[in-house]
Design a protein around this ligand. Structure first.
Ligand code: GAR
Length: 201
């Protein structure tokens, strides 16, 4: 049984999609949800789903004790599902090629510091893009720049606003994120640190 640690700071719809996808099977389970906001929706859901949670402040997040605690879970993957803080270099080094992020646009466009959630969708619409999508990628020391595992695309309609586009993007995320994690676990890429380059769907 693989253990996933999920970092999430928002509503947690992706955490929920992952949890529901793996269900009661023997393949993987979320062992811990790390969150940096005590009022985040993901915490309410996690308590209901009986998944352990840990609300961290900045000092804890940067501490060696935090790293040690994460290691005790022996996670196959650390999954960033709407987590907004930059991952400390020490954490990247310990879990290299085991930290996977989902970004709600087609990187390398519309990424970087401050580009999250509605900010991303507004920027895509303001740029007049006809297409957006999701990017699932490994996390390295630079925001949104790690190797891309997969991307999926969707149209941007002329009458879209950030909410309608977010809804379409969430649909892609909920389908592809759990399946991509499963792929990484099944192929052993998660363990070996190998990956498949940018297979687009
Ligand atoms: C997701 O759309 C995810 O791609 C985005 O936050 C949302 C979280 O939704 N992440 C980023 O913007 C990271 N830069 P959720 O809390 O409902 O899963």
């Amino acid at each position: 049984m693989h253990t996933l640690i999920v970092f999430a700071s928002g509503q947690g719809s992706n955490a929920r999609a992952i949890h529901e996808y793996f269900g009661r099977g023997q393949q993987a389970r979320i062992g811990l949800i790390v969150c940096n906001r005590a009022d985040a929706g993901v915490l309410t859901w996690a308590q209901h789903a009986e998944i352990p949670t840990w609300v961290v402040d900045r000092q804890t997040f940067m501490s060696e004790d935090f790293l040690r605690q994460l290691q005790t879970y022996q996670p196959s993957l650390i999954v960033l599902a709407g987590f907004l803080w930059k991952i400390p270099d020490a954490l990247v080094a310990i879990f290299r090629n085991k930290i996977v992020n989902i970004h709600p646009a087609l990187l390398p466009d519309f990424g970087g510091k401050g580009m999250y959630g509605a900010h991303v969708h507004r920027a895509v619409i303001e740029a007049g893009k006809k297409e957006s999508g999701i990017t699932i990628h490994y996390v390295d020391e630079v925001y949104d720049s790690g190797d891309i595992i997969m991307q999926a695309r969707c149209p941007v309609h002329p009458d879209d606003d950030d909410l309608t586009l977010a809804g379409r993007i969430h649909g892609l995320e909920h389908f592809f994120f759990p399946r991509t994690l499963e792929y990484l676990l099944q192929t052993g890429f998660a363990a070996s640190g190998q990956y498949t380059k940018a297979s687009s769907v």
